[in-house]
Design a protein around this ligand. Structure first.
Ligand SMILES: NC(=O)c1ccc[n+]([C@@H]2O[C@H](COP(=O)([O-])OP(=O)(O)OC[C@H]3O[C@@H](n4cnc5c(N)ncnc54)[C@H](O)[C@@H]3O)[C@@H](O)[C@H]2O)c1
Length: 438
C-alpha cells in the first residue's frame, strides 16, 4: 500500500558517527570511508552505496540507487569519534589490527591519527581478557553515564554536527540474562547509581546515547540496549535502536544456505560449525563468558529459519554445534568450516562442506556504514524504538516482545527495501512465491 504522508527531514549538515571500541572493525570502517572519499577504493558490500531498489512493476524499469531514492547522509559529511580502553589513535589501532595494508593506511595517516579515543567506561568483569589505561574514574555508573553524555555533547559541538549516531564496536561482553535492574527506567537509573553489577558498560553507553537523543546500534552479541528499561527510554525519547551482533562470516553463510534447504523441504540432521581466528576479538572470545554471548546468537539462527515445530520430520532432531577457537597466527583472517548433514528423498543422507576463508572486519565494515546511515535516516523519518527492518545486518535481530526474529536474509532484505519504499510512498513489493518461506 502506497504511503504519501511520511515526512523525512533532509540530511543536511555533518553526521557524527560515535563508536565505543576503536578496534579492528571500527578502524577498518573509518579507514574505508576515508579511502572511498579520496577515490582510493570502492564501497563494496554496502547497500547504501551500491544497491538499487526496484520500484513499481518490473516493466516500469525504475531501479534507482538506494542513495538516490532516500535522503542519506553523504560520505563527505561523516565525522568519526570513539572511545577505547587503549590510547592508540585510529591509525595506530588500524596498524595493530593488521586488517588493511600499511601502504593504504599511510595514505590515510592524517585523518586516522586525528581520531584519538575518549576515555572508556569499562569493567573487566565483563571483558576478562583485556585491560587498558584509558578509562573513566567516577564514584558510580550514573556519573560515568553523565561523563559519556558530556563527551557526546562536546563532540557534537567541536565537530559542528547536526546529527549523531552511535554504533557499538566494542568487545563482546560476558553473557548475562536480563535482571531486575533492567526492567524499568527507574530501576535502571537506581542500578547505575548503586553500581549494580548487572549493568554492563555497553548498557551505560546505550543509556547515554538514548538520553542524548542519539540512535544506538549494537554490533556485538551483548544484551546492551535489548532490555525493557532502555527500550522504553528509546520510545519515550523518540530514539531508534537496533542490534545485535553483525551478521558477517559463518552466520551470514548459514542464513544463505538454510532458507534454500528449507525451501526445497530437505531435512537437516546436524550442522557443525567451527572457526579459527586470531585477532583481539578472538582473544576476548576465548573467555567462556564472552563466548557464551556469541554462542547464543550464533545458535539462535537455525531454529527460527527451520521452524522445527512446523516441520518436525525434517528439523526436530537437528544437532547444532558452534565452536570458536582462538589461533593467533590467523589474525583477522578467520577460517570457518561447516559440516552440514542433510537428508533427502526417502531419508537418504548427503553432506555439504563449506570452507569460508573470510576477513571478518572486511565483511563487517560496510555493515557499520549502512547502519550509521540507515539509523540516521530512521531518526529523520521519526521512527523510534527497535528498527526491525535492519534485521538484515544482525545475527540476533532485536524484536518487539513476543515476536520471533526473522533470520532468513532474503525476507530481511525484502523488509528493508519495503521499509524504504514505504518511506517514499511507493507501492510495497512482496514477490509471489514468498509463501515458501513462511
Ligand atoms: N568482525 C566481525 O566480523 C564481527 C562480526 C560480528 C560481531 N563483531 C563484534 O564486533 C565487536 C568488535 O570486533 P573487533 O574485531 O573490532 O574487536 P577488537 O577487539 O579489535 O575491537 C574491540 C575494541 O573494543 C575495545 N573495548 C572493549 N570494551 C570497551 C569499552 N567498554 N569501551 C570502549 N572500548 C572498549 C577494545 O579495547 C578493542 O579495542 C566485537 O564485539 C565483535 O564480537 C565483529
Amino acid at each position: 500500500m502506497a504511503q504519501d504522508n511520511v515526512q523525512i527531514a533532509p540530511a543536511s549538515g555533518k553526521l557524527g558517527v560515535l563508536i565505543p571500541g576503536l578496534g579492528a572493525v571500527s578502524t577498518t570502517f573509518i579507514a574505508g570511508v576515508e579511502a572511498i572519499k579520496r577515490g582510493l577504493a570502492q564501497p563494496i558490500g554496502s547497500l547504501t552505496q551500491l544497491s538499487t531498489i526496484r520500484l513499481g512493476k518490473r516493466t516500469d524499469n525504475r531501479s534507482p540507487l538506494i542513495k538516490d531514492f532516500v535522503p542519506l547522509a553523504d560520505l563527505n559529511d561523516l565525522v568519526f569519534g570513539g572511545w577505547d580502553i587503549f590510547e592508540d589513535t585510529a591509525y595506530e589501532s588500524a596498524l595493530n589490527a593488521g586488517v588493511l595494508e600499511k601502504e593504504l593506511l599511510e595514505k590515510l595517516k592524517e585523518p586516522l591519527s586525528a581520531i584519538k579515543p575518549m576515555k572508556a567506561v569499562f569493567d573487566q568483569e565483563y571483558v576478562k581478557r583485556i585491560n587498558g589505561p584509558n578509562v573513566k574514574q567516577a564514584k558510580n555508573n550514573l556519573e560515568k553515564a553523565k561523563m559519556l553524555m558530556e563527551d557526546i555533547e562536546r563532540f557534537r559541538k567541536e565537530n559542528n554536527c547536526s546529527r549523531l549516531v552511535m554504533v557499538w564496536c566494542g568487545s563482546t561482553e560476558v553473557f548475562h540474562h536480563p535482571a531486575p535492574c533492567h526492567q524499568t527506567i527507574e530501576a535502571f537509573e537506581k542500578g547505575l547509581e548503586s553500581n549494580d553489577p548487572e549493568i554492563a558498560p555497553s548498557q551505560i553507553y546505550a543509556y547515554a546515547a538514548i538520553m542524548s537523543g542519539v540512535p544506538y546500534a549494537n554490533g556485538a552479541p551483548n544484551l546492551s540496549a535489548d532490555i525493557p528499561a532502555l527500550l522504553e527510554l528509546a520510545k519515550q525519547r523518540n530514539v531508534p535502536v537496533c542490534g545485535k551482533d553483525f551478521k558477517t562470516g559463518q552466520t551470514f553463510m548459514k542464513t544463505l544456505i538454510a532458507p534454500g534447504l528449507k525451501a526445497r523441504m530437505l531435512g537437516v540432521a546436524g550442522w557443525y560449525s567451527t572457526n579459527i581466528l586470531g585477532n583481539r576479538d578472538g582473544e576476548v572470545l576465548d573467555d567462556p563468558g564472552s563466548f557464551k554471548s556469541k554462542e547464543e546468537t550464533k545458535l539462535s539462527v537455525l531454529d527460527t529459519i527451520f521452524q522445527p515445530n512446523l516441520y518436525p520430520s525434517l528439523y526436530k532432531d537437528l544437532h547444532h554445534v558452534v565452536r570458536i577457537n582462538y589461533y593467533k597466527p590467523r589474525g583477522d583472517q578467520k577460517e570457518g568450516w561447516d559440516n552440514i548433514d542433510i537428508f533427502g528423498w526417502l531419508g537418504y543422507p548427503m553432506q555439504i562442506k563449506v570452507n569460508f576463508l573470510c576477513r571478518d572486519s572486511i565483511l563487517a565494515a560496510p555493515i557499520v556504514l549502512d547502519l550509521a546511515l540507515f539509523m540516521d535516516l530512521a531518526q529523520r523519518t521519526g521512527m523510534r524504538g527497535i528498527q526491525e527492518w535492519l534485521s538484515f545486518y544482525f545475527k540476533a535481530p532485536m524484536t518487539a516482545a513476543g515476536l520471533y526474529p526473522e533470520h532468513d536474509i532474503f525476507i530481511q532484505l525484502m523488509k528493508l527495501k519495503n521499509t524504504l519504499r514505504w518511506m517514499r510512498g511507493e507501492d510495497l513489493i512482496t514477490h509471489l512465491g514468498l509463501e515458501y518461506y513462511d
